[in-house]
Design a protein around this ligand. Structure first.
Ligand code: PEP
Ligand code: MG
Length: 591
């Protein structure tokens, strides 16, 4: 086995060593061919053998489940086994092979299409969604028929696997809707062929707190299922079939990394205060209510961004007011009075409700996204606003509006918020009448006009992921331009600075909730520029806090001002590196 390495863009640090688990769309590989009469019996046998293999695999996984594995895992495998035993899957394709004289893969695919169509007619949401199980079972059978190496566990089964069998997810691409499902399972790492550094898929990968690399180009073609691979999330390197020495070296590095992470735990309950006594709020970004556990574990003092759109994904119907209310209330209550900033629906561009949705507009990132979408669908927006207001009675909720570009969008939003309040008042439903309304500054137009927005809002939150995308004209999801993504571009820094100054002038708080906030290499610059609130994925809180504890704001402010006056990235980068060293020297003075 030859060893080789592939380079991509590291989006989440750490080192993982494990077996490659290729997520393939076996259904796409199915071809149709005709068979001569004398081969039909063999083909039917090939089909029966494949069904038997899959059954055997599933039974084996079922019996090896750990005692404390979630009950739904066993139920999930049970459902698949039941489906395999059903005549519609185990017998009907044989008739198709016989009648159509076609290959087994094609026969089961035809049968699956028919079953899926029947499922689509079912009114009940839950039962209708079971068609996914049919598709997954058929995929397993097709993989066996196509001769894919022994079937590894599907995502739902992964959590049952033991430490030595860590799996590394290898995919061509993963939609944010798919990635959110992986949150519940234990992958050791996550690598994809495409994707930009701040694509929502990358953000989710980071939130899983496992090493992740995107933009590997051909990983999915070069790596085979079950191969041993090393993922170095910091360097953006994947090593396939490493030799003994490399393996030893990386095991050592992995241990060091884990040791550093453990050391960071010591500052979990320490307040994020600079050496000269300035307090910095370190908030967390979340995607689903269950993320609150990670927020608490990281010692975050609030939630600075709850991306509600993930509640709307992987489904055909919008969540109703009650479902939304329950989710928002759960987070508010769990945070026990700490701030919870909930962002209104930011659907569109790379975040579609249904992963199968084909985006037809030419420039989805410039299209009907976020607040634009909500204003064009006032009923959907009204439902969410009512749910948010109702939940505000149960905790310290603030509302955040994404992607504002004009004041008129803000004013329309305010009118709709008033309408939602009125409807609740009429029904005598309790809510926080003074709920704070903030706006995301993530379009250059909003940053340039930040004073006007600050004037009409309670707080601002800078979404640097989109701000960089729109300022530098770099599609966040396009790996071909990933190398141009640079948060230190002077124009990006100037827009951030303008927003901070607007907030200072009007006495409104300004935070950063884009990925820049969680990059410890940028912490000193951001606080030096005047930011006192940063919101990031929980996994970054401690490394950012460590930077703050080592910071002398007076020195940082003067140096940050110098950086802001520069116009050339090449001069900015070394100065930011120097800025990080200044405070380090203060902490460890030269003898
Ligand atoms: C951002 O754009 O920086 C942001 C925080 O929002 P999202 O990444 O969800 O677009
Ligand atoms: Mg954004």
């Amino acid at each position: 086995m030859t060893s080789f390495s592939i380079h991509g863009v590291g989006v989440s640090s750490g080192i993982a060593i494990g077996q490659a688990h290729l997520i393939s769309n076996a259904l796409l590989e199915v071809v149709h061919y005709q068979l001569p009469m004398h081969l039909i019996d063999d083909e039917i046998k090939r089909f029966s053998d494949a069904i038997a293999t899959v059954k055997y695999d599933l039974e084996k996984i079922n019996s090896s489940l750990r005692k404390n594995a979630p009950a739904e895992l066993s139920a999930f495998i049970g459902t698949h086994l039941m489906m395999l035993s059903d005549k519609s899957l185990s017998e009907a394709p044989k008739k198709i092979i016989q009648n159509e004289k076609c290959n087994a893969e094609w026969a089961i695919k035809l049968q699956m299409d028919e079953i899926v169509e029947q499922f689509e007619q079912i009114e009940d949401n839950y039962l209708r969604e079971r068609k996914q199980d049919v598709i997954q079972v058929v995929e397993r059978v097709i993989k066996v028929l196509l001769g894919h190496p022994s079937q590894l566990a599907t995502e739902q089964q992964l959590s049952a696997l033991s430490e030595e069998h860590k799996l590394i997810l290898v995919a061509h691409d993963i939609s944010p809707a798919d990635a959110i499902q992986f949150k519940q399972h234990e992958f050791a790492a996550f690598i994809t062929d495409v994707g930009g550094i701040t694509s929502h898929t990358a953000i989710l990968a980071r939130s899983l707190n496992i090493p992740s690399i995107v933009a590997l180009q051909k990983a999915r073609d070069l790596i085979r299922d079950g191969e041993l691979i090393i993922v170095d999330g910091k360097q953006g390197v994947v090593i396939v079939n490493p030799d003994k020495n490399i393996l030893t070296e990386y095991r050592l590095r992995q241990e060091q990394w884990e040791l550093e992470q453990q050391k960071l735990q010591r500052i979990k309950s320490t307040k994020a205060v600079t050496l000269d006594g300035i307090n910095i709020d370190l908030f967390a970004n979340i995607e689903v209510p269950d993320d609150v556990t990670a927020v608490k574990a990281a010692g975050a003092t609030g939630i600075g961004l709850y991306r509600t759109e993930f509640l709307f994904m992987n489904r055909r119907e919008m969540p109703d007011e009650e479902e939304q209310f329950i989710a928002y209330k759960k987070v508010a209550e769990a945070m026990k009075g700490d701030v919870v900033i909930i962002r209104t629906l930011d659907l569109g561009a790379d975040k579609q409700m249904n992963p199968d949705t084909v985006v037809t507009c030419a420039n989805p990132a410039l299209g009907l996204r976020a607040i634009r979408y909500c204003l064009s669908e006032p009923q959907i927006f009204h439902t969410q606003l009512r749910a948010l207001l109702r939940a505000s009675h149960f905790g310290n909720i603030k509302i955040l509006v994404p992607m504002l570009s004009t004041l008129s969008e803000l004013r329309q939003t305010k009118l709709l918020l008033e309408r939602a309040k009125l409807s609740l008042r009429k029904q005598g439903v309790l809510f926080n009448e003074n709920i704070a309304l903030g706006g995301m500054i993530e379009i250059p137009a909003a940053a340039i006009n930040a004073e006007a927005f600050a004037n009409e809002l309670d707080f601002l939150s800078i979404g640097t992921n989109d701000l960089i995308q729109y300022t530098l004209a770099i599609d966040r999801t396009d790996d071909a331009v990933a190398h141009l993504y640079n948060p230190l571009h002077p124009s990006v820094l100037k827009l951030i600075s303008m927003t901070i100054k607007a907030g200072e002038k009007l006495g409104k708080s300004v935070s950063v909730c884009g990925e820049m906030a969680g990059d410890a290499k940028l912490t000193k610059l951001l606080i030096g520029m005047g930011l006192r609130q940063l919101s990031m994925h929980p996994s970054h809180i401690l490394s950012v806090k460590q930077q703050i504890l080592h910071s002398q704001l007076s020195a940082l402010s003067a140096n940050s001002r110098k950086i802001l006056n520069l116009t050339d990235i090449e001069k900015i980068e070394p100065l930011v590196a120097k800025l990080n060293r200044i405070a380090d020297l203060r902490m460890h003075p030269r003898p």
